[in-house]
Write a new protein. Sequence first.
Length: 339
Amino acid sequence: MSVELALCLDRDLQRHNTLGLPCVAERFIDAESPARLAAAVAMAQQAGWPLTVLGGGSNLILPRRLSGLVVRPTFADWDYRRDAEGGIALRVEAGMNWHALVMASVDRGWWGIENLALIPGHCGAAPIQNIGAYGVELADVLESVELLHLDSGRYETLTGAACRFGYRDSIFKGALAGRVVITALNLMLSETPHPRLGYGDLATRVTDAPSPRDVAEAVVAIRREKLPDPAQLANAGSFFKNPLVSAEQAQHLLVDCPDMPHFAQPDGRVKLAAGWLIDRCGLKGVRRGAFGVHDRQALVLVHHGGGDAEGLLAFAAEIAAAVEERFGVALSREPRLAG
Ligand code: EPU
């Protein structure tokens, strides 16, 4: 069966990335169904076009020009089945907006993803960086990921364990980077109350027996206080990962800075707060031309307009260099570079 594809040339992507970076895609296709996605991938393979997959564009740094083909999966159905133990097996397609899924889930009284409210982006991108916030990561509820291999056109379902999830990390940033398109997620949620309120002051913002919606609303309120809304001020959320250092280095830093936030990890390393390190370098709220460090959360870089990927990367390098010089800690970037 042949599938009609609407190929768009020189498509402007500035409004399709939350950093608002100027970018023109040489070719662009909205894939409204898995069949159209497979056809678009086959077309790119045949023509030898480099392929870029675009989701919500919320964790991506786009260059001024993307050659080859940009494809955006927009299919967004979801359904679920209930198992005997009160488990909700939820399947959602890649193009669904993540926050819309969280709200649909809490509206039904399901537990599992309420702490991940208001994270921008599409569901298909969520496993790539293993989205996480307020003590919960996608990996905690993810049963499996459905994907399409670009080279063979073969569909596969990877179990959560096979996705090799880590902090802001997965196989999709490693061995499978640029080799697959995620088409759907299978999550296991629950009707049994299971609030996770251990992070920050989340517990003080809800009642003793909160509903999943109460928790999601508290998370939304906290995020709105600290994080800029991309619709008002372009940004990609955290620009750097929180660095992991040795216990020895953390001890050494704590001698000078006893108030430094630090979180011991199961593997013996210690996670530091990149936002705090940047803040302590006196960089919170600084602005250099088109780009700045957000004035309420130093981990977020903002774009005031008129800049491009090159300018953003230079600004980020300046911040990382300041942290390295002051604390001897290397910061690594969170959003991925496209193209
Ligand atoms: N801090 C400062 N100054 C700042 C920012 C933070 O002193 O400008 C301190 C805070 O006071 C706190 C510590 O650093 O003691 C950690 O700050 P926060 O709780 O705001 O969290 P974070 O570690 O900066 C991470 C995630 C966020 C997520 C929050 C809550 C990463 C890279 N970022 O930020 O994720 O919302 O925890 O779980 O892990 C995102 O990925 O886009 C994102 C926003």
